[in-house]
Design a protein around this ligand. Structure first.
Ligand SMILES: [Zn+2]
Length: 300
């Protein structure tokens, strides 16, 4: 009997010990594989293109189309004045200019945003290109980063080399709109940019420079310009290779007097008069070229 028990124990005990080890190991593995607390993060839906804005003005695709881009919007307020944000000033100016251009009866107009909402810099350019804009005008305002009580408007065209330290600082601030929480949302490729810049952009850049001159000319006596109003900088919003693009920096929101002028109906009207004249002359000199059915370029 003792012998039987001894044999039984000899087999059973190691089996029990082995079973205990396996159970303990499994328990341990489960603890590693299944943490007690699981946090699930909803990933953003794949990027979808935002809808195109309505085009105001004549219902005739042969007419010139200008896309006006009020800078900033939504959580991106832009430069801050005493009691007003840049995003509100740019929207007011853009809407007044749109109405003024529609009154001419000859020019089609669309705004990249017609309300207080955020759009990335690339989306702004993308909207204008998808609409087939003949001219792209981005509207901004600055805050006093320059010494003293500097006021007045500046007109920017694209250049990889900034025209001054102030222009470089302005571009750096404006290009920052797409950087949220340290993540750069723009997908700009420097190599591709450089090639596009050299080839396709030449004509657009010439037209942009011509439009900038017209703003300066038509604005004389109506608008207050910075002592050196013509500037260039590497602004993301001006990088479309096939569309003349100008950024109008309307003045300094940090200067209370200028901020009041730019947000008042009178100031907005003065801006609209000067810019409407500049845009009209621009399209008289450079009527839009449309693709005809045969594929040839038709300058009508
Ligand atoms: Zn701005």
């Amino acid at each position: 009997m003792k012998l039987r028990l001894a044999i039984l124990l000899l087999f059973v005990l190691p089996t029990l010990a082995l079973a205990a080890i396996i159970t303990a190991k499994r328990q341990q593995d489960r603890q590693v594989a299944e943490p007690a607390y699981v946090e699930r993060v909803e990933l953003a839906a794949p990027a979808t293109r935002i809808g195109l804005p309505q085009i105001a003005g004549p219902d005739d695709p042969a007419r010139p189309l200008v896309v006006i881009d009020p800078g900033h919007g939504g959580f991106d307020s832009g430069a801050r004045g005493e009691d007003i944000f840049e995003k509100a000033i740019t929207l007011g100016l853009a809407q007044t200019l749109r109405d003024s251009l529609v009154e001419t009866g000859n020019i089609r107009v669309a705004l990249t945003r017609d309300e207080d909402r955020f759009i990335s810099l690339e989306e702004r350019v993308d909207i204008a290109r998808r609409l087939g804009a003949d001219l792209f005008l981005s509207i901004h305002a600055d805050s006093a980063g320059e010494s003293g009580e500097v006021t007045g408007a500046s007109i920017y065209i694209l250049s990889e080399e900034a025209s001054s330290k102030e222009a470089a600082r302005f571009a750096e601030n404006e290009n920052r709109a797409d950087t949220i929480g340290g993540v750069d949302l723009s997908s700009a490729d420097d190599t591709v940019d450089a090639i596009l810049f050299e080839l396709s952009q030449r004509r657009s850049r010439e037209l942009a420079a011509q439009f900038a001159s017209l703003i300066e000319r038509e604005g004389q006596g109506i608008l207050t310009f910075h002592p050196q109003p013509r500037r260039s900088a590497s602004l993301v919003v001006l990088r479309a290779p096939d569309m003349p693009s100008v950024l109008y920096e309307a003045g300094f929101v940090s200067n209370p007097e200028e901020a009041r002028e730019l947000s008042s109906p009178g100031g907005q009207a003065r801006f609209a008069i000067a810019l409407t004249d500049a845009i009209r002359v621009f399209f008289v000199r450079n009527p839009p070229e449309r693709e005809t059915a045969s594929g040839a370029r038709d300058a009508t």
